[in-house]
Design a protein around this ligand. Structure first.
Ligand code: ZN
Length: 326
């Protein structure tokens, strides 16, 4: 608990013994310490005005704890665990009928009950998406200004959007408030049904993709802001005419490819064509597992697809894709 100047911990979240604790214990311990220290800024120096905006404390602590851990343990690639520790629980909670928006009206303190997977994990996931859209430098600059402008004071979500807007490199295309409103004030999340002719959506979605992986993969970013949107992309022969949509799985949405494309992805991944597995990031590979299983669970894709795709796991050495598959 992040009391200012006197953080309190459960013993299990604080004590680590080199000979007796597991590496998972070590990771959990350092993550909790990083989370509580992050609250010194997000929660204590700047505090949410009311329970409705609790995510301004908890989502920031849950997201920025990754950056804190990475700066101390530089060899861990700690961000590669994000889909396993945050995204998966957020998607599971947010696909249930009892889900609620990240920001929601609370009139009396008695109504403040919330699902921590939404306020903490989905909150962290949408902040990760926002950092991807803005770029790390602009995101950090805006957050520094947000803390400075609101220190020793209380805030509502709109004050965060206003501060981020000042560093919005895409301001000509979309305002931060318009981009983030649906992600924070609606329950659930979108899935993109990709056809080569007519993708449709009612969410403001940062649509990112790679069309080639060599010599290096460069994420392209466009915004889907209308109910119907056609995006024209010339595919590249080096990726067999495929597009990897949702680069590094930064977006909090699912992608359903045309059946033929799922088949090509399965071939490419299972046979590691053109060393595709090492060209994709851990989060990209995990993304295929999560999306295909969740789409099947929702009845939008045959279970044959995720099961066939899972065969690639025989070549997978990272914990995260295995963990989400199991
Ligand atoms: Zn917290």
């Amino acid at each position: 608990m992040e009391n200012w100047g006197l953080i309190t911990f459960r013993e299990t979240a604080m004590l680590y013994h080199e000979d007796e604790s597991t590496s998972a214990n070590k990771m959990a311990t350092i993550a909790v310490i990083a989370h509580e220290i992050t609250h010194m800024w997000f929660g204590n120096l700047v505090t949410c005005k009311w329970w409705s905006d609790l995510w301004l404390n908890e989502a920031f602590a849950s997201y920025l704890e990754y950056a804190a851990v990475e700066s101390v343990e530089t060899t861990w690639n700690y961000f590669d665990l994000f889909l396993m520790t945050d995204t998966l629980s957020a998607l599971t909670a947010d696909s249930s009928a009892t889900s609620h928006p990240i920001v929601r009206p609370v009139r009396e303190p008695e109504e403040r009950a919330y699902t921590s997977a939404i306020v903490y994990n989905k909150g962290a996931s949408v902040l990760r998406m926002l950092e991807f859209v803005m770029g790390t430098t602009s995101f950090q600059k805006a957050l520094t200004a947000y803390i400075k402008a609101n220190e020793y004071n209380v805030v509502e979500t709109v004050q965060l959007w206003d501060e981020l807007e000042k560093e919005n490199n895409h301001a000509a295309t979309i305002k931060i408030h318009d981009l983030m409103d649906s992600w924070t004030t609606k329950a659930g999340f979108p899935y993109l049904n990709i056809s080569r002719l007519d993708p449709t959506t009612v969410w403001s979605v940062p649509f990112s993709y790679y069309k080639s992986l060599k010599p290096q993969k460069l994420p392209h970013l466009e915004f889907i802001t209308k109910k119907e949107e056609t995006i024209t992309v010339e595919t590249d022969a080096s990726l067999n005419g495929l597009l990897k949509i949702n680069t590094n799985s930064e977006g909090f949405y699912l992608v359903n490819y045309p059946e033929e494309d799922w088949g090509k992805w399965i071939d490419a991944l299972v046979n590691d064509q053109n060393s595709i597995l090492s060209d994709l990031t851990v989060s990209d590979r995990t993304n295929f597992i999560i999306d295909s299983f969740y789409l099947s669970r929702a009845g939008l894709l045959s279970y044959e697809t995720p099961l066939a795709l899972s065969e690639y796991l025989k070549r997978e050495k990272h914990l995260t894709p295995w963990s989400v598959a199991i």
